[in-house]
Ligand binder design. Sequence first.
Ligand SMILES: [Zn+2]
Length: 223
Amino acid sequence: MPFPANLIDGYRAFLHGRLRAEQERYRELATKGQSPEVMVIGCCDSRCAPEAIFDARPGELFVVRNIANLVPPYAPDTQAHGVSSALEFGVVALKVKHIVVLGHAQCGGVKAFAENAEPLTPSDFIGKWMSLMAPAAEKVGPRGDRPLHDYMTALEQANVELSLENLLTFPRLRAQVERGETTLHGAYFGVATGKLSIRDPATGKFEQVAAEEYARMFAQPRF
Ligand SMILES: [Zn+2]
C-alpha cells in the first residue's frame, strides 16, 4: 500500500501554512534545541491531540501519549519504561515547569477497563497496561445507580488524579515539585463538547476554563 495520500495532502498544507509561518522558529529551534516549559501526558486517542487542543507552536509542548494517559508508578527495575524515560527527559534534561495530565471523555481504554471488556485483538499488552488504573476504579467505587456517562466521567477524572499521584512517586520530580520548580496539573477534554476543564487542586474538582467565552460562542446563531 502506498503512503497515505491524506498525509501527503496534510504535509502540503503544512508546507504552505504552518511551515511558511514558522520557518524562522523551526530554524531557531534546530540551532538552539528545544526548551518547552510544558510537558503533557495524554491519551493516544486520535481525537485528543494536545497540540491541537492547546493550539501549540513547534517547540512549545513536550508530549508523551499512551493508552488512557496513565503514568505507571516509579519502578527502577530491569524493564524498559517508555513513559518513565520520557518523564525523566522532561524533568531532568528539559526541566519543564509544568506537567499536565490530559484525560478525556469517551476514553476507549477507560471504557474497556470499566466494562472489563476483552480487547479487540488478542492482547499481550493492553490488559496489563490498563490494570494500572485499578486504584482509580477502586476510588470511584462500583457504578451502582449512576448513569453510565457520570460513572465514566468520574472514572476518567479519577484516572487523571491517579496519574498525578503516580508522578509524585518519582523522587527527582517530587523534589522539584516540593521546591516549586515544577507544578503538576490535571485537565480533561470533552471530545463531543470541546470543553476543557482544569482540576482545582484545592477541591479536586474539574472546572471548565474559558466557560463564558465558550457559552458566548455557542449562543451565536449559526448560519
Ligand atoms: Zn483515551
